[in-house]
Design a protein around this ligand. Structure first.
Ligand code: AMP
Length: 283
């Protein structure tokens, strides 16, 4: 497995693979890899001849008061996981390899729920950064398929729309959320949690399960489901809700009556750490 730092090295390698007629899968990540990332890499290895994992903490998707500086990094550990999973190349650029000092071209969406609702409400520049870096990775790696987790469901919806709107020649593959045994969705940010907070963080999956069960039992009123989830979260004193919402998964618009492909999503602060979780259901 190779670890490369520059766009030119990735391009040269992918060109050589394509010349041999090999298919290429891409797994975009910010590193500090865990079982969630591994599930994406495993799937990519199964479905492609060669797999590129990008390992890049992308500065343009972090707001000024967010955790860019403290985001956990460990390339050696990441390399081990990628190698064991059967990846062929890690692209680990420095920010200056990805963004020229005077870069001024970004991929932004119009003023739509896809990027303005849910996480877009408190992270106004986040999806501009995500679209731009993922668009750049698609142009650098030219993958046949790219793998994204449903853990970041809004991101998955945004990327699907960007690919459709801009005719990127790549198949987007969404992959299920991987959880700890007790239900907590795996996340690089879980490392921020103290032991007590780690326990309190179970309220996310626990309350979502409550909501899911209500919908499974036939409840179709969004407000009723949201209220039940919020009431459950309120039982955990360390938890502070950023949002609990139910939206159409395709366009991330709020819905009152549950029908079609729905996304029930939440962001909750446990102490200073902001965690997200969700479930997606065809109703
Ligand atoms: P990140 O490094 O957090 O930017 O995540 C990189 C990719 O891994 C994204 O597509 C995430 O949705 C996905 N991912 C992160 N955590 C999980 C998880 N627990 N289960 C499945 N996919 C995940």
């Amino acid at each position: 497995m190779q670890i490369v730092k520059t766009v030119e090295e990735v391009r040269a390698q992918v060109k050589a693979w394509k010349k041999e007629g090999l298919s290429v899968g891409l797994v975009p990540t910010m590193g500090y890899l865990h079982e969630g990332h591994k599930s994406l890499i495993d799937r990519a290895v199964k479905e492609n001849d060669r797999v590129v994992v990008s390992d890049f903490v992308n500065p343009t998707q972090f707001g000024p008061n967010e955790d860019l500086a403290t985001y956990p990094r460990d390339l050696d550990r990441d390399a081990k996981l990628c190698e064991e999973a059967g990846a062929d190349l890690i692209f680990n650029p420095e920010p200056e390899n990805m963004y020229a000092k005077d870069a001024c071209t970004y991929i932004t969406m119009e003023d739509v729920s896809l990027t303005k609702n849910l996480c877009g409400k408190t992270r106004p520049i986040h999806f501009r950064g995500v679209c731009t870096v993922v668009g750049k990775l698609f142009l650098i790696v030219a993958p046949d398929r790219a793998y994204f987790g449903q853990k970041d469901a809004q991101q998955l919806a945004v990327i699907k729309r960007m690919v459709r709107d801009l005719n990127f020649d790549v198949e987007i593959v969404g992959c299920p959320i991987i959880r700890e045994e007790d239900g907590l969705a795996k996340s690089s940010r879980n490392t921020y949690l103290s032991a007590e907070e780690r326990q309190a963080a179970l309220i996310l999956s626990k309350s979502l399960n409550k909501g899911r069960k209500l919908v499974e039992a036939g409840e179709r009123d969004a407000k009723t489901v949201i209220k039940a989830i919020e009431d459950e979260i309120a039982t955990e004193p360390m938890a502070k809700i950023d949002y609990v919402q139910i939206v159409n998964f395709d366009n991330i618009e709020d819905i009152d009556t549950l029908t079609g492909n729905i996304l029930c999503a939440m962001a909750v602060y446990i102490g200073k750490t902001r965690l997200i979780d969700n479930f997606i259901m065809e109703v």
